[in-house]
Design a protein around this ligand. Sequence first.
Ligand code: ACO
Length: 312
Amino acid sequence: MKRNQPKIKIISSGKYVPETIVTNEDMEKLVETSHEWIVTRTGIHRRRKASQETTSDMAYMAAVEAINRVNYDKSKIDLLIMATITGDQMTPSTANFIQAKLGLDHEVMSFDINAACTGFVYGLEIASALLATNRFRAALVIGGEILSKIVDYTDRNTCVLFGDGAGAMIIEPSDDPKDTAYFFNAARGDTNGSLTVKRFIEMDGKKVYQFAVGAMEEAIHKVLDESGLSIDDIDMVIPHQANERIIQSVAKSTGIPMSKFMLNLSEYGNTSAASIPLTISEYFDSHEVKGKKILLVGFGGGFTWGSAILQL
Ligand code: ACO
């Protein structure tokens, strides 16, 4: 049986990346690796690294870009969800810091969530469900990470993969049936610890790779089934930007042409919860988005995985 899916209006999107660029040649100076190895195994050429910024600073900047893109009245925002695994501190939540930086001093429900790299898609579903209660006027959903805080720069298996950044989206409730959003989100406890962060990211790359391909394929099929749409109805697939080869495998197994996947991982590497909203924002920058349908698909530690279809 089809589930009740919420109706939401996508208002705007924004991003922020720190200025400092770390190239593969810079990585060669830290660990035994090569530009050639990194590019052929992952597709990553460079990534960004925060210097002065905190996670909430970057999220704030992404939110400001989303607000300014459409000259949005920020006093309408009364729900703020921040997806991150690298928040500023344990408490107050990073969302509370963002709220203060944005000067949202009216009543706002704001909190953080952790679903690793799938965090933004989880956050969107939570926000959409809350908006459907008609108790909130607008939600700001953000994914932001300073993964450089939890990367071990002596471990070549992980340090070349990750980068810092943030992406934000503003959404409102809608009555229009064409604004129905479709979601599929899931998780299972990975008791083998294939991807964990105690102090630093530790990862069994091969296990994560295999999981990722299957999970993304399933998430794409599930959300298409739920919506009754076919891939031909989708204008762009925006995947979690972990590894170009993972995305190529998913393209092959689902029969979706690579040209339908929006990629920017060569520039930013894997920015975890930030990767999908950051890419959405670049889609807004580079395309006429009105009327387009996008399919988001992500996977991450946990394991978590999920997908969404949004009408822009
Ligand atoms: N430079 C050079 N050699 C390296 C590097 C490096 N940076 N990293 C690993 N190697 C070596 C290993 O030591 C190993 O050498 P050995 O065979 O002598 O032991 C060899 O390369 C590993 O080869 P493979 O395992 O075949 O490498 P693979 O093609 O699987 O690529 C990679 C490794 C890129 C990590 C891949 O498995 C991958 O992308 N996995 C998924 C990772 C991921 O997406 N993680 C994040 C998901 S969740 C989140 O975003 C938080």
